[in-house]
Design a protein around this ligand. Structure first.
Ligand code: LLP
Length: 421
């Protein structure tokens, strides 16, 4: 099954995003182009929301996965909260119609300016990642005459068994406060005048396919909740973070979201806690594709290179993590199927989108890089002075441009030559 099915499928020799032929979309907006299926986004949302119905909860979408205003707006209308990691993400959430009192703010290095903006907006809570951040927040809140709601982000020292670059819950990672240290941080927080304790949270990593470590994390958090309660520190919410993986290649299975959520609810075991989750990838990853045109087919000795017009600046994951994304022909095969290294035009040998991919393509054809909805556009750059791609949201019969393709002149409009102008 194609990653993204049943919303993104190949049938009758064409790739479809909902009822739209990929080629038809690209004819209108050009390539490279990110296309998202609204139906797929809503489906993923309901995997969480329906299972959580009946339990006090908040699904805080991790904005970093895909922060386009249209996507944030869609989730806001579905009732989402948001997990942010910067003042910039807060501004986006608010601009998209998200509610500040549903925002949790993670991150190891929040600046005073970011703290002020979040206090001013009135966010749900700051996920505190160090003792010194707690002191700083108390001071900043005091200066503003506010009380800052906090959760302590605990580093549970649990191995998420995922790529080292996206593993965050081991004690050697920079994230969170050491498990043994956390009670002291809560005791200190209780004594600070401008701090109000509201919760506890953790996030152990991303693209997690084996959910056992996530349950281990929840268990560790619940043990702390009970210990704190015995000292008279009562928490209002618990967040087990994000992290559920998605299918990137045929044959791979991603975790069953309702089963995961149901088990977390059972683990609460009557404790009066609001359950928070911070999913990013599992809400958007399989809902998007990156469409790209084959520019040049090049044979160099044993190697066959398919040079496309998308590159590592559009989708950095293969270059950074060696990540796999399935790549398919967007239209009918026009040549015998051969194994191709699908590469971009950027001047780096790591600019590979996929190696040895069987494709029956010719120059001018269009390919689709699948499961590109998460950490695609948000990690894109202008490297090699390449304008960022256009983004399209498919909504039934309608295809909306939700971000225009960048214009080259805009890429250097803020640059100044000393002595000129
Ligand atoms: N909460 C916190 C505090 C996080 O740091 C993250 C992701 C999430 C939630 C959402 O995790 P998700 O549900 O998406 O797994 N660029 C990498 C992924 C980095 C994830 C960083 N933190 C990639 O492309 O694989």
């Amino acid at each position: 099954m194609t990653p993204g099915a049943p919303f993104i499928v190949r049938k009758d020799d064409h790739l479809f995003i909902d009822q739209w032929r990929a080629k038809r979309i690209a004819e209108h907006v050009g390539t490279p182009c990110f296309v998202y299926s609204k139906a797929a986004l809503e489906h993923a949302w309901h995997q969480y929301a329906d299972a959580l119905a009946g339990t006090p909860h908040l699904i805080c979408y991790a904005v970093k996965a895909n922060s386009n205003l249209a996507i944030l707006n869609l989730f806001a209308r579905l009732g989402a909260g948001f997990d942010i990691v910067s003042g910039g993400e807060l501004a986006r959430v608010l601009a998209a119609g998200g509610k500040a009192d549903r925002v949790v703010f993670s991150g190891v290095g929040k600046t005073e300016g970011e703290m002020r903006a979040a206090l001013y907006a009135g966010i749900k809570c700051f996920n505190i990642e160090s003792p010194s951040e707690l002191e700083r927040l108390d001071r900043v809140a005091g200066e503003m005459g506010k009380v800052a709601p906090i959760s302590v982000r605990v580093n549970p020292d649990v191995d998420a068994k995922t790529h080292a670059h996206i593993s965050t819950g081991k004690k050697e990672n920079k994230f969170g406060i050491g498990y043994d240290m956390a009670p002291d941080v809560y005791r200190r927080a209780r004594d600070l005048a401008n701090i109000r304790i509201t919760g506890i949270d953790a996030h152990i990593g991303s693209q997690v396919l084996d959910v056992e470590p996530l349950y281990a994390c929840m268990r560790r958090l619940l043990d702390l909740v009970d210990r704190l309660a015995s000292e008279g520190i009562h928490l209002h919410h618990i967040s087990n973070g994000g992290g559920l993986g998605v299918q990137y290649r045929q044959g791979e299975t991603s975790p069953d979201i309702p089963a995961y959520v149901t088990r977390l609810m059972a683990m609460l075991d009557g404790r009066k806690l609001e359950l928070l989750l911070e999913p990013g990838r599992s809400l958007v990853g399989n809902a998007g594709v990156l469409l790209s045109t084959v520019e040049v087919l090049k044979i160099a000795g044993e190697k066959r290179f398919c040079v496309v017009d998308a590159a590592m600046n559009d989708l950095a994951r293969p270059a950074i993590y060696g990540a796999w994304h399935d790549i398919v022909n967007a239209g009918p095969d026009t040549a015998p199927v051969r194994d191709w290294d699908v590469v971009g035009p950027v001047c780096e040998s790591t600019d590979k989108l996929g190696e040895g991919r069987p494709l029956g393509i010719s120059e001018g054809d269009m390919v689709a890089i699948l499961s590109a909805g998460a950490y695609g556009m948000t990690m894109s750059s202008n490297y090699n002075t390449r304008p960022r791609a256009v983004e399209v949201l498919i909504d039934g019969d309608d295809a909306h441009i939700i971000r225009k393709r960048e214009v080259i002149a805009d890429l250097f409009k803020d640059e100044l030559i000393p002595g000129q102008g």
